[in-house]
Design a protein around this ligand. Structure first.
Ligand SMILES: [Zn+2]
Length: 145
């Protein structure tokens, strides 16, 4: 089994594919892992289309209950042009969620994490925080809805 950092770095690599179409949303990447194997991945699509988590989930061909999800940014808590990813993840109940960065967006800022907590989803925050923030931070906050 690889360390969580290995998969988060894959999610980070994946997130680079989101540019430039995702703008003004932040370029987020997501990989889904089962038994140490990457079984799906996704990144932020054009505004109004899938966020990274949902892009990866939509391609997943098995139950997410046995899978770990790695996502470079806190799942969104609010309904913008798309439904809340945090709520979707909370209802699907993956095995564990690894998140690199908290989203500083005024409408998120820990609210996405709170939704996961209330749903009893286990998660780890801060995996590869430095590596992800180096790429992602310049795109944060400015995101519109
Ligand atoms: Zn989202």
């Amino acid at each position: 089994m690889n360390k969580p950092e290995t998969y988060m770095l894959l999610a980070l690599e994946c997130s680079r594919n989101a540019l430039p179409d995702c703008r003004p949303n932040p370029p987020v990447g997501c990989v889904i892992v089962r038994n140490g194997e990457v079984v799906s991945s996704g990144f932020t699509q054009s505004p109004g289309l899938h966020h990274a988590e949902i892009a990866a989930l939509s391609k997943l061909e098995m139950s997410v209950n046995d899978c770990d999800i790695y996502v470079t940014l806190e799942p969104c808590s609010f309904q913008g042009r798309t439904p809340s990813c945090a709520k979707t993840l909370a209802s699907l109940k993956p095995n564990h969620i690894y998140i690199a960065l908290l989203d500083p967006h005024p409408k998120n800022q820990g609210a996405g994490i709170e939704i996961l907590q209330h749903a009893g989803i286990s998660f780890t925050l801060g995996i590869c925080q430095n590596e992800v923030s180096e790429f992602l931070s310049e795109y944060l906050i400015s995101s519109d809805l």
